[in-house]
Design a protein around this ligand. Structure first.
Ligand code: FUB
Ligand code: ZN
Length: 676
């Protein structure tokens, strides 16, 4: 690792996003998604699965108040396992003082408040801030005097806390609370939630670690690792970094914590010991020995993100090597062309290499989000455009497809081929929804999209001491101090539709700095010029070092041709099929443009230069559609089986629209891969 290349995202107020594409998305999050999600967190959206998140915090806060009032006379609830029985959704039948929803329901709130923080940093909104402060008050009132803050056990009985690290998500909720607290503090300067997170972190640190008497466990669902690194960066507290490193290094060690824990629980509950699928939890062996991305996909990429953070902060080469191996495993064998990962619904997991089914794809939105996290962290260590290309691919395709264009409904699963009748009638596809849903009982994805979309600035740019890196060509401005002098770079871009861009420098005094720009993999022979300056190119980044003055310009000519792709022949479903991309955007065919029975279509002309690129206003914001020459099989009468013959075909023009925009025109078929 070359630490001189290390970089970090810029402070929130140093980047302003103003381009049409991202401003629309961020304004959608601010005006629609955040208010809507507040309603869902409070179970006030008719016909949407209730969240119970704020209800649980209120219940726990009420119990804390009662405890304070009664003092020694307070009798805490004793934990009883209630199972995952169906819960009444009708508010009238809810019992008081009872926890509702999944064990990780607290994280719905945390992701929401994190999104609010990012949004406030781009667009101050006193009313929203007041609402968020009020929500934080409720959450903080639920915290135990010892710092513990997870409503599942606060309500159900603290006597069982930390007895099911594998499945009960306490450290997951801690991690999300911490991420939210840091973001809200950095955005608003308010530290109430940050203090709560630090108290919870201190509690966790006092109970977990290598020292005698501490638990030797680690998160069943990762995220605390990267959250702790972030907390240590913002507070300067080394203990939090050490704890993150402990969780990473302890994972998969023998004897297995999860196996021991299961044996203890079985003994307590008087039942046989059940097998533990350590592979699902990335805990079957130490992380440095893991070679193939596996198990639950969101867990995996959150772990790899934490590993990369710890590697960077501690200079741990072997950990970084493991990150690279796992990255390659994903990108070379397990990545959809939409930037989605986690092919199988069984365990919401990575499947075996090259198993990338289209119609039964799981490709959870959160997993694509986690891949963006992982990619940015790899870039922070090693600026290599291969990481940024994948980060962009996941962001512009599967992450954005997770949310409707009006911000009011969401996909959890992101298939690459949909036939609505099959989703309804084929049990094997019951996880695939042909239209986005208003909310989910397990609502991990919608607020995750909100927090990522409103923090895109954190992915577009990172900076080291002497270098400002541009990873994504998002229009707006970014300011960085170089040795006490501010340099502002104004980026004018029309990505993702046009590869031409321009950066203009503003500086009150000459600034000595290196500006580094990614050469996107989607462009043929991209050129970046800055007057007479001579750049050097390394790992897909072009570097200009020198003195910058007011008005200096950098111009980007990044041709954005249409590309037509085959998959590796080992991807069984895509043999003899093609998919289309242009720039970072992956395209798909929808029934709304091409009629039903998309499987009858065939792309006839595989020369990308013959594909027409049209400006399109179908989706209420400027997009591009592609028109490819194709054929449609004309079904002939005959029995179910008939003598083999070339099918009759008619000429058609196949219209392709951005994958992220699919399913915004009612229910219909969709496919990314077309016969060729
Ligand atoms: O377990 C918490 C979240 O719920 C996971 O990240 C998602 O995959 C969903 O299972
Ligand atoms: Zn999710």
């Amino acid at each position: 690792m070359d630490s001189t290349r290390f970089s970090a995202p810029l402070p929130f107020d140093s980047v302003a996003i103003t381009d049409g594409f991202w401003q629309r998305t961020m304004e959608l999050v601010r005006k629609e998604v955040i208010p809507y999600q507040w309603e869902t967190l409070n179970d006030r959206v008719p016909d949407a699965a209730p969240s119970y998140s704020m209800r649980n915090f209120r219940t726990a806060a009420k119990m804390q108040a009662e405890k304070a009032r009664k003092g020694a006379a307070y009798v805490p609830p004793s934990y009883t396992w209630r199972g995952f029985e169906a819960l009444p959704e009708d508010a009238e039948h809810l019992e008081e003082d009872r926890f509702y929803g999944f064990v990780f329901q607290d994280s719905d709130f945390s992701k929401w408040i994190e999104a609010v923080g990012y949004s406030l940093s781009q667009h101050p909104d006193p009313e929203l801030e007041k609402l968020a402060d009020g929500a934080i008050d409720i959450v903080c009132a639920a915290q135990n005097e010892d710092g513990y803050l997870d409503t599942y056990y606060l309500i159900n009985g603290m006597d069982a806390a930390w007895t099911n690290m594998r499945d009960h998500h306490e450290l997951y909720c801690f991690g999300h609370l911490t991420e939210a607290a840091v973001a809200y503090y950095q955005a608003t300067g308010k530290d109430r939630l940050l203090q709560a997170a630090c108290r919870f972190a201190d509690y966790v640190d006092a109970h977990f670690g290598p020292e005698d008497g501490k638990r030797k466990g680690y998160p069943g669902h990762e995220v605390a690792e990267m959250a702790l690194v972030r907390l240590s960066e913002v507070t300067g507290e080394e203990r939090y970094l050490r704890l993150a490193a402990y969780f990473v290094n302890q994972r998969g060690q023998e004897p297995s914590y999860f196996v021991q824990e299961e044996a203890e629980r079985a003994a307590r509950e008087g039942r046989p010991v059940r097998p533990v699928d350590l592979y699902y939890y990335q805990a079957e062996k130490p992380v440095r020995q893991q070679e193939e991305a596996h198990g639950h996909a969101v867990r995996a990429v959150y772990l790899y993100s934490g590993m990369a953070d710890v590697a960077r902060k501690t200079g741990d080469e072997s950990l970084f090597e493991a990150c690279k191996r796992l990255w390659n495993s994903i990108v070379n064998e397990k990545l959809y062309i939409t930037g989605g990962i986690g092919a199988t619904r069984e365990g919401e997991a990575f499947s075996f290499p090259f198993d990338l089914p289209n119609d039964s794809a799981y490709s959870e939105t959160c997993a694509a989000i986690g891949l963006v996290f992982f990619a940015r962290r790899m870039l922070q260590i090693s600026p290599d455009s291969r990481y940024a290309d994948v980060m962009e691919q996941a962001l512009y395709n599967t992450v954005l497809s997770g949310m409707a264009l009006d911000g009011k409904s969401f996909f959890y699963v992101n298939p690459l081929s949909v036939q609505p009748v099959a989703c309804r009638r084929d049990q094997r596809l019951s996880h695939v929804k042909p239209v986005r849903q208003k909310w989910f009982g397990c609502a991990c994805c919608p607020p995750n999209i909100a927090r990522l979309a409103s923090s895109v600035a954190q992915y577009a740019y990172t900076a080291g001491e002497d270098t400002l890196f541009t990873h994504l060509y998002v229009g707006g401005s970014v300011t960085k101090m170089f040795h006490g002098t501010a340099l502002t770079m104004e980026m004018r871009s029309n990505l993702p539709w046009d590869g031409r861009a321009q950066a203009i420098i503003h500086a009150e005094a000459p600034v000595q700095a290196t500006l580094a720009f990614r050469l996107p993999g989607w462009s043929d022979n991209p050129t970046v010029s800055a007057g007479s300056r001579q750049p050097f190119v390394e790992n897909g980044y072009v570097y200009f070092t020198g003195e910058w003055r007011e008005g200096d310009e950098i111009t980007f000519e990044m041709p954005m041709p249409v590309r037509i792709w085959n998959a590796d022949p080992r991807v069984r479903e895509n043999l003899d099929r093609v998919a289309f991309t242009r720039g970072p955007i992956t395209f798909c065919a929808e029934e709304a443009d091409n009629g039903s029975d998309l499987h009858l279509l065939r792309v006839d002309d595989l020369d990308p230069a013959h594909v027409r690129v049209e400006r399109d206003g179908t989706f209420g914001h400027p997009t591009v559609r592609l028109i490819a020459q194709g054929k449609r099989t004309v079904p002939q009468p005959g029995g179910l089986y008939r003598a083999a013959a070339r099918p009759a075909e008619e000429d058609v023009q196949i219209a392709l629209v951005p994958y992220y925009a699919w399913a915004n025109r009612g229910e219909g078929e969709m496919t990314v891969w077309l016969r060729s």
